[in-house]
Ligand binder design. Structure first.
Ligand code: RIB
Length: 348
């Protein structure tokens, strides 16, 4: 006998979720009017019963807010200001508003983003934080939630999301090579946060440049940092305590580089006379510090604009045939006064 499979109905979903059909339909059309627990039960029931997923997904994201949600890892980091500005400009041009979620110290960041999206406050998500769990994001991006999602700045490798970023490995390699070309052989790296994908890529680029120049990597010249000024300041104090010091440092970003410079100055160490320093980002203050900082300029305006463009294109189904988008931009070396030749008496 052939088994005839019945198309699942809203009643099946309601039965499975142990709620009324009115609640199911409210969860689909007005998720902020049902509790989080109910929403989760209805979502599960939709998944299990196979209830017209496309219809449900469409309802769960009605796309009526004309707003995109931008999730940042740390709003205190000035790196994000011109990215945000570019995102906002592009969004405004296309008739969208911008909502910002600062995930710094958020206890359950993925849950927080899910809450935003399911309450229909935003139509799509621009994620600038690579530390979130891939499975949670994939759940958010697939039925029944089907949140349009674009990753920018911090990669989420193998996630399958549209992504816009800069090549951090190549840029770190370029920064380090600049020091090598100046004649430095004793080169250290001021690290970024341990679990940050961007920081890991910059360390990889640093290693690669040393390896290509056959310069051995000195583990004790990998100075602990976390992208923040204070960490650079502390790293300078640590460096001063060393018997053998590097003649050049590549810092994982400008903020920590500036902290490092100010720490060096406290100990009477002059840049670039005693030690050369390259930063990363080219933030506004990099050109105006003393000495002006040599750094890798990330194309922040372009990054923000292209990321917003990619998300809004997705929201508006501009190119339904488009496969996974991966835009990788290059950074540019900006040579200023914080780098020079190594001191004459420095040993190779
Ligand atoms: O993604 C975090 C950003 O903050 C990085 O690109 C880095 O440059 C830091 O400043």
């Amino acid at each position: 006998m052939t088994e005839v499979r019945k198309t699942p109905t809203i009643q099946d979903v309601a039965r499975f979720a142990k709620v009324s059909t009115a609640t199911v339909s409210r969860a689909l059309s007005n998720p902020d009017r049902v509790s989080e627990g109910t929403r989760a039960r209805v979502a599960d029931a939709i998944r299990v019963t196979g209830y017209t997923l496309n219809q449900a997904a469409r309802s769960l994201r009605q796309r009526t807010a004309r707003t995109i949600l931008v999730a940042l890892p740390d709003i205190r980091n000035p790196f994000f200001s011109s990215i945000l500005e570019a995102i906002e400009r592009e969004a405004t041009n296309r008739g969208y508003g911008v909502l910002v979620a600062n995930l710094f110290l958020a206890r359950a960041p993925a849950q927080r983003l899910q809450d935003y999206m399911l309450s229909n406050r935003a139509d799509g998500l621009l994620l600038l934080d690579g530390s979130l769990e891939v499975s949670a994001l994939q759940a958010l991006a697939t039925a029944p939630y089907s949140v349009p999602l674009v990753v920018a700045c911090e990669d989420i490798p193998n996630s399958g999301f549209h992504t816009v970023l800069t090549d951090n490995v190549q840029a770190a390699e370029r920064a380090t090579r600049h020091l090598i070309d100046l004649g430095h052989r004793r080169i250290g790296h001021l690290l970024g946060p341990e679990n940050n994908v961007v920081a890991r890529d910059r360390l990889a680029g640093f290693r690669k440049a040393l390896q290509e120049a056959e310069i051995p990597l000195r583990q004790n010249w990998l100075l602990r940092g976390n992208f923040e000024m204070e960490s650079g300041f502390a790293a300078a104090a640590h460096l001063v305590s060393m018997q053998e010091r590097p003649t050049a440092i590549f810092a994982a970003n400008d903020e920590s580089a500036i902290g490092f410079l100010s720490g060096l100055r406290q100990h009477g160490i002059e840049c670039p006379r005693d030690i050369s320093l390259v930063g990363f980002d080219d933030l506004g203050f990099a050109a105006h510090y003393t000495p002006p900082l040599t750094t890798m300029r990330q194309p922040r305006e372009m990054l923000g604009r292209m990321a917003a463009e990619a998300l809004i294109d997705l929201l508006e189904d501009v190119d339904p045939e488009r496969g996974q988008l991966r835009i990788v931009l290059n950074s540019e070396l900006i040579v200023r006064e914080s780098t020079g030749r190594p001191p004459k008496d420095a040993e190779a």
